[in-house]
Design a protein around this ligand. Structure first.
Ligand SMILES: *Cc1c(COP(=O)(O)O)cnc(C)c1O
Length: 239
């Protein structure tokens, strides 16, 4: 094994231990939680090594980086998640390689994704990114839909051709009432997911938790964790 591969293997093993322990602590099965490795800022070679180590789900947050990486990895059995703020002019590219778009946060983006998915002959799994630090309706521009707008956006995704509404995503807020309280934030997301599933029973994904707060996410009932740094190392530049 190359040095990099054994480094990644060690890091993955440590993350797996943390997930196991977090599941055990709250009586959840490990199989209820899916690890997504966030490979942003790291090269396609690392994605390839991760695939050899058994990783099946990867995430990226910038189309400029993700598109060539995905193109270099088409021979690998990977599910690509897009987790960054998405401008409508990038949608056509993202729809060509992403299997899941976790950052759906506005109606205009829903329309653009739907058009692009239909044109590409693909079905895109979509999560609504919820901004738990947003006062009603003011999330514009920062990424994430305000909690009181989730229902109408969910209906829009569910009705859009080429898109499947699969659940909710959030990032632990740095400001507002949930600052420094990731567990409370993730529990709020989980509650929102339960109410969403009344109208949309197949929207079962709850994507929450990163390197620093994956335990809180598991405890709060997350189904998907997005872990970058703890697997790949501290990023060379802000991703
Ligand atoms: C970068 C990123 C992550 C991973 O963060 P780490 O702290 O490196 O684990 C998760 N989610 C989103 C949306 C990200 O942009």
């Amino acid at each position: 094994m190359t040095d990099r591969k054994s480094e990644l293997a060690d890091n993955l093993a440590r993350v797996e231990e943390r997930i196991d322990a977090a599941c055990a602590a709250v009586g959840r099965q490990r199989s209820e939680v899916t690890l997504i490795v966030v490979t942003k800022t790291y090269p396609a070679d690392d994605v390839r090594l991760l695939s050899e180590l058994g990783v099946r789900e990867v995430a990226e947050n910038r189309d400029q980086d993700a598109a060539p990486k995905a193109a270099a990895c088409t021979d690998l059995l990977l599910r690509w998640h897009f987790v960054g703020q998405l401008q409508t002019n990038k949608v056509r590219s993202v729809a060509s390689y992403a299997d899941v778009v976790q950052s759906v946060d506005r109606k205009r983006l829903v329309n653009a994704l739907s058009t692009a998915a239909v044109r590409a002959g693909r079905e895109l799994d979509c999560l609504l990114q919820v901004a738990l630090d947003a006062e009603s309706g003011d999330a514009e521009g920062r990424g994430g839909v305000a909690p009181d707008r989730v229902d109408e956006l969910a209906d829009a995704v569910a009705e859009a051709e080429g898109l499947r509404l699969c659940g909710l995503m959030t990032v632990a807020p740095l400001v507002g009432p949930y600052a420094g309280r990731p567990r409370a934030a993730f529990e709020r997301l989980r509650e929102m997911s339960s109410s969403l599933r009344v109208a949309h029973p197949t929207a079962t994904m709850v994507s929450a938790g990163m390197s620093s707060d994956l335990e809180e996410a598991v405890a709060a009932g997350a189904t998907h964790l997005r872990v970058g740094t703890a697997v790949l190392g501290v990023r060379p530049r802000l991703g």
